[in-house]
Design a protein around this ligand. Structure first.
Ligand SMILES: *Cc1c(COP(=O)(O)O)cnc(C)c1O
Length: 385
C-alpha cells in the first residue's frame, strides 16, 4: 500500500516529547509552545505567532481578531478544503465563492476584480455585495497544494476595496512567494499541522501576524477570554483553542526538518514531472513565476476528451495499492454553503472533475515513485494490467 501523504517522524520528536513527560509540562503552557511560536514567527518573517489546536481554529480566531461581525462576507476560492468556509460560518459570516484560475488553480484575481467592480457597490465607504446586500469585509486566499496565490494582485484589490486579508496557508508552509515565505503578505496568515500536512503536531495550527492587537486578541480568545485568572471574570465568549506543550514538542521537532522535507517533496515532484512530461492526456501542475511550491500534494489533470477520467484512474491505482485523491468538491455546490454567494464559477468544476493527487509523502521511496509513475503511464496510454 502506497499512501497519499503520511507523517515522517525522523528528528527530535521523541526526545522533546520525553522532556515534556519527564518534567510534567504536558498541557497548554510550557516551553515548547513558546519555542514553537517563536520559530514559526521567525520562519514566516512575522512579529507574532499564536499556537492553536488546529488550522481551522486559527482561521476562526483570525476572523474574530480582525473584528469581523456576524453577517459580514468573506471572499474565498470555490476550490479548497471546507475548513476556511467553515471557519467563516463559525464567525457568523458568509463565504463568497470566487473561481480559481486554470493554470495554477489559485483564487483568480481577474474574477475577484470582476466581482468587486461589477458585483459590489461602495456605499458610505463600505463595500456591499449587490446580490446579497451584505457587507464584504475580508479576503481569504488559500495557497492551494503548496503553491502560492497571486498575492500582489490580490493585495492591490484588497487595498482598493478596503478588505482585510487572511491567508489560509494551511497547505503551504515552507513555500515561497516571490522569494518570501508564504504567510508573509496578509494581515494574518494561518498554518495547519494536521497529520497529512508537510509537517505535523499530530494536530495543530498557528496564526501569524505583525498586528500586535490582533495577536493579543487571538491569544485572549483562544484561552476562554479570561480577564481575571483568580476570580475567573470573563467579558465575552471565549474558546479553548490552545495547543498543548506535547503537540508543540512534536511540531518544533518537525519544523526543524521542514527545509529537508521541502527538498524531498520538490524532488518527488521533479521526478513525477520528468516522467509525465511527454505523456499526452495528462496535465502537470502549473508553476507560476512568483511561486516556489513545496508540492504538498502533487496533482495532475486527466484529459477527459481522450476517454480517460480521474475517477477511473483513482480506481485503477487503488487496485494496485496506490492511494490517490480527487480535489475537494466545489464548495459552492455543498449544502452547508447554500446561502453563500458564488460568482461565475466554471474552472473550479472542471478541475474538480479532472484532478487527482498522487502519493506525495516526504519519505516516499524512489521505488514507490516508480510504481506510481508506471501505473499512471499505463492507464493514460491504455495499457491493460
Ligand atoms: C488542512 C486545511 C485546513 C485546516 O487545518 P486543520 O489543522 O485540519 O484544522 C484549512 N485550510 C486548508 C486549505 C487546509 O488544507
Amino acid at each position: 500500500m502506497i499512501p497519499l501523504s503520511v507523517p515522517h517522524i525522523a528528528g527530535n520528536e521523541l526526545r522533546y516529547v520525553k522532556e515534556c513527560l519527564e518534567t510534567g509540562w504536558v498541557s497548554s503552557v510550557g516551553s515548547f509552545v513558546d519555542r514553537f511560536e517563536k520559530a514559526v514567527a521567525a520562519l514566516s518573517g512575522r512579529k507574532y505567532a499564536v499556537a492553536c489546536v488546529n488550522g481551522t481554529s486559527a482561521l476562526h480566531l483570525a476572523l474574530l481578531s480582525l473584528k469581523l461581525e456576524p453577517g459580514d462576507e468573506v471572499i474565498v476560492p470555490a476550490l479548497t478544503f471546507a475548513a476556511p468556509a467553515n471557519a467563516i460560518r463559525y464567525a457568523g459570516c458568509y463565504p463568497v465563492f470566487i473561481d480559481v484560475d486554470k493554470e495554477y488553480w489559485q483564487i483568480d484575481p481577474q474574477k475577484l476584480s470582476d466581482f468587486l467592480y461589477q458585483g459590489c457597490v461602495m456605499t458610505d465607504g463600505q463595500l456591499i455585495n449587490r446580490a446579497t446586500n451584505r457587507k464584504v469585509k475580508a479576503l481569504m486566499p488559500v495557497h492551494l497544494l503548496g503553491h502560492s496565490a497571486d498575492m500582489d494582485a490580490l493585495l492591490r484589490l484588497a487595498r482598493e476595496f478596503k478588505l482585510k486579508v487572511i491567508e489560509d496557508a494551511a497547505e503551504s508552509i515552507g513555500s515561497l512567494y516571490k522569494g518570501r515565505p508564504v504567510g508573509h503578505e496578509g494581515d494574518i496568515a494561518c498554518y495547519s499541522f494536521n497529520g497529512n500536512k508537510i509537517i505535523t503536531c499530530g494536530g495543530g495550527g498557528m496564526l501569524v501576524t505583525d498586528d500586535e492587537s490582533a495577536a493579543a486578541r487571538a491569544k485572549y480568545l483562544s484561552t476562554q477570554a479570561k480577564d481575571d485568572g483568580v476570580e475567573y471574570i470573563h467579558h465575552e465568549i471565549g474558546y479553548n483553542y490552545r495547543l498543548t506543550n506535547l503537540q508543540a514538542a512534536v511540531g518544533l521537532a518537525q519544523l526543524e526538518m521542514l527545509p529537508a522535507f521541502v527538498q524531498k517533496k520538490q524532488a518527488i515532484a521533479r521526478r513525477y514531472s520528468a516522467a509525465f512530461a511527454s505523456l499526452e492526456g495528462l496535465t502537470l501542475p502549473g508553476q507560476a513565476s512568483w511561486s516556489t511550491s513545496t508540492f504538498w500534494l502533487y496533482t495532475v489533470l486527466v484529459d477527459e476528451s481522450r476517454g480517460k477520467n480521474s475517477r477511473e484512474l483513482m480506481k485503477v491505482l487503488a487496485d494496485q495499492g496506490i492511494q490517490t485523491r480527487p480535489l475537494w468538491h466545489p464548495l459552492h455546490t455543498l449544502k452547508p454553503f447554500k446561502d453563500a454567494y458564488a460568482f461565475k464559477i466554471t474552472i473550479t468544476d472542471q478541475l474538480y472533475r479532472q484532478a487527482l493527487s498522487l502519493p506525495s509523502s516526504v519519505a516516499l521511496s524512489e521505488a514507490d515513485q516508480d510504481k506510481v509513475i508506471a501505473a499512471v503511464t499505463d492507464y493514460i496510454k491504455g495499457v491493460k494490467r
